[in-house]
Design a protein around this ligand. Structure first.
Ligand code: GAF
Length: 385
């Protein structure tokens, strides 16, 4: 055992003075395309990263949970009283308590447990470290308790933990990616029906790479801005008399926009409707094995996030513009916005050159040095060993 799994395992043995029953892992993600579409009942296309969160765990005969985190060095214990209602455990352990709460609320007999968490998913980079933690804990508890909860039903439960226990009004994408992704594939998810199609995404074979650049921009007011975008979309859907913006077809967009009262609502709506169409167009190209041709869709998605949805910041725009000028086939911010990561589709042989160009552009503007890596699509949550 090496790396993050060994660290979780060693942490467990140190804190609890015995070996864990097993180790469960769940990945961070990047979203290839389809941003802020999930809570509009739309379409997304994420893939799992090889960066994972690992939970070493053992069931306990008592009705309480103890969790150690490598990141903080803290051990937090909570009992049944703290998972009868949201909000009683706070901080990082809320993601763990939230999963226990959501399982119990859905009527599952969750076993008490000792848990130890280690992670390679960077925090605050928009790579979905919180969903990775939820998914790793959920998979461990489902396995340890022999719970009857198929993988297809797990993302909704993890999302409930995040929405209601932690209090973040996110959609279903990140938990779905952490749980349902498949190695070598992107996950085409219909966020209304939760139907998935695993789309082959063989970058190596095409001589391509996805370069992920962490803009390292501080997330300024990201939580409030996310909630306000969501509220505007819901208001627009209600004004248009549809359940969600997913129900506005791309070819009826102009009519819909004409019925909305102000420029801001029109722009937010246009982003969501056109972004759903870009996801479908990307899937059509990938199904035909035309990876190179998705580049312009990625770049158009970025322009829409920048100009219509207004969720980009200088650092991410600089990374996108510089990557494109240095030869990327397409580039866009990925994740909720206001910072986080940019992904660029590049010829594999040019990845370093494109990355270096972004680093130089950041230095010229006085931004913090960006970090970067190339990513191949990895698997979703699983038991290790
Ligand atoms: C965040 C949220 F958690 C997702 O649900 C999604 O809305 C995303 O932002 C934007 O596409 O990652």
């Amino acid at each position: 055992m090496t790396g993050v799994a060994a660290r979780a395992d060693a942490g467990f043995r140190q804190v609890y003075a015995e070996p864990p029953t097993g180790r469960w892992a769940a990945p961070g993600r990047v979203n290839l395309i389809g941003e802020h579409t999930d809570y509009n009942d739309g379409f997304v296309l994420p893939f799992a990263l090889p960066l994972r969160t690992v939970v070493a765990a053992a069931a306990r005969p008592t009705d309480d949970w103890t969790v150690w985190s490598e990141l903080t060095g803290e051990t937090v214990r909570f009992g049944a009283d703290e998972v009868t209602a949201p909000g009683r455990v706070t901080g990082w352990a809320a993601y763990v308590a939230g999963v226990v709460w959501a399982l119990r609320e859905a009527g599952h007999p969750v076993p008490g447990a000792w848990l130890a968490v280690a992670s390679d998913v960077p925090l605050g980079a928009g790579l979905s470290s919180s969903a990775a933690l939820e998914a790793a804990v959920l998979t461990a508890l489902v396995d340890l308790g022999g719970l009857d909860l198929p993988a297809g039903h797990q993302p909704r439960l993890a999302q409930r933990a995040e929405n209601h226990y932690v209090g973040a009004p996110t959609g279903i994408m990140d938990q779905s990616a952490a749980i349902r992704c498949r190695a070598g594939h992107a996950l085409f998810l219909d966020c209304r029906t939760e139907q998935v199609e695993h789309i082959p995404f063989d970058l190596d074979h095409a001589g391509l790479a996805i370069l992920v650049i962490d803009s390292r921009a501080p997330h300024r007011h990201a939580d409030g801005e996310y909630a306000s975008r969501r509220a505007t979309c819901e208001k627009a859907a209600s004004l248009l008399g549809v359940p969600a913006l997913r129900d506005v077809p791309a070819d009826a967009l102009d009519d819909a926009l004409a019925r909305l009262p102000d420029d801001e609502t029109r722009r937010r709506t246009r982003h969501v409707v056109t972004e759903n169409q870009r996801v479908r167009d990307t899937v059509t190209l990938l199904r035909a094995g035309e990876i190179r041709r998705i580049g312009p869709l990625l770049t158009a998605s970025h322009a829409s996030m920048r100009d219509d949805f207004a969720i980009t910041v200088g650092e991410v725009d600089t990374a996108v513009d510089t990557a494109l000028a240095a030869g990327a086939l397409g580039a866009r911010m990925t994740g909720g916005g206001f910072g986080g990561c940019v992904l660029a589709l590049v010829e594999a042989a040019r990845a370093a050159q494109v990355g270096d160009a972004v680093t130089a552009a950041y230095a010229a503007r006085g931004y913090a040095t960006p970090t970067r890596f190339t990513a191949l699509p990895a698997a979703g949550a699983t038991r290790l060993d």
